[in-house]
Design a protein around this ligand. Structure first.
Ligand code: CAA
Length: 260
């Protein structure tokens, strides 16, 4: 299968899947999310593929978030639908794959980009990577599982700090906080991710896949929190702050939030 927004290479049972919208810093529009769904489904069904490495095109970004231009005119209902379908097609989908996925974070992982990395089973970053959930700077909250998955990895207090401040953290801090497992130079990132993938690929595939299910089972006792996130994400679309935040981003200016 060929993809418009993705690049796929499979070698020695390792698939390297690259999100290829470099000019838009690999932002996730609906076409890219749809292709990612198709690619992950096909790779998961392919017995010759034991591990997937996910990365972004270029040296600047893994993924800079959901595509702001695409949703800036959405109403509450559309906002809620965007979040719900993203959860189903991509974020919960990746988390629950039988094939392990390593996120190779090669630059900015922001908003939906960090949420995508959080859905992967393991994360590695390059030294220049920056990670954050800047949704509140747009009048939004994270809508692709970040309010829950980030807390599971770095804890509640740090999650509140990252979400409420919208600030990015460095790869070094992400390592210190356990958000990524390893940090490597930009040049070495993919080869280091592939090295780990090869080790995993040499292990018993059914056992590896069962281990994902067993580990996930410890963290999935509260499906209701995703529903809360989806509804509150949608509710943000009914505010003037959302219109101001997204317009300011697209007009390349600072937002002036009034709290309404
Ligand atoms: N959506 C759409 N377009 C984006 C984008 C995004 N998330 N991030 C970057 N781009 C586009 C820019 O608009 C720009 O396009 P043009 O060249 O056509 O103007 C291009 O990518 C390059 O970006 P910049 O010129 O902004 O690059 P920079 O180096 O000055 O800044 C950056 C880099 C700090 C990452 C900045 O691009 C940025 O802040 N991006 C948005 C980050 C963000 O807010 N992400 C969260 C999105 S909301 C979300 O994800 C919701 C959710 O949880 C479901």
């Amino acid at each position: 299968m060929t993809y418009e927004q993705l690049d796929l290479k499979i070698e020695d049972r390792i698939a390297v899947l690259t999100i290829a919208r470099e000019k838009k810093l690999n932002a996730l529009d609906s076409a890219t999310i749809q292709e990612l769904h198709q690619a992950f489904s096909a790779l998961d069904a392919d017995k010759e593929v034991r591990v997937i490495v996910l990365t972004g095109q270029g040296q600047k970004a893994f993924v800079a978030g959901a595509d702001i231009a695409e949703f800036s005119s959405f109403n509450q209902q559309q906002g809620e639908a965007l979040s719900r379908s993203g959860h189903e097609k991509l974020f919960a989908f990746v988390e629950n794959l039988s094939t392990p996925v390593i996120a190779a974070i090669n630059g900015y992982a922001l908003g939906g980009g960090l949420e995508l990395a959080l859905s992967c089973h393991m994360r590695m970053a390059s030294e220049n990577a920056k990670m954050g959930l800047p949704e509140v700077t747009l009048g939004l909250i994270p809508g692709y599982g970040g309010t829950r998955r980030l807390g599971q990895i770095i804890g509640k207090g740090r999650t509140h700090q990252m979400v409420a401040s919208g600030q990015m953290i460095s790869a070094e801090k992400a390592l210190q906080w356990g958000l990524v497992n390893e940090v490597h130079s930009q040049e070495e990132l993919i080869s280091k991710a592939t090295e780990l993938a090869m080790i995993i690929a040499s292990n018993a595939p059914i056992a590896v896949s069962h281990s994902i299910k067993a580990i996930n089972a410890q963290y999935s006792n509260s499906v209701a929190s995703f529903e809360t996130e989806i509804q509150l994400f949608g509710a943000c679309f009914a505010t003037n702050d959302f219109k101001e935040g997204t317009s300011a981003f697209l007009e390349k200016r600072k937002p002036d939030f009034k709290g309404d």
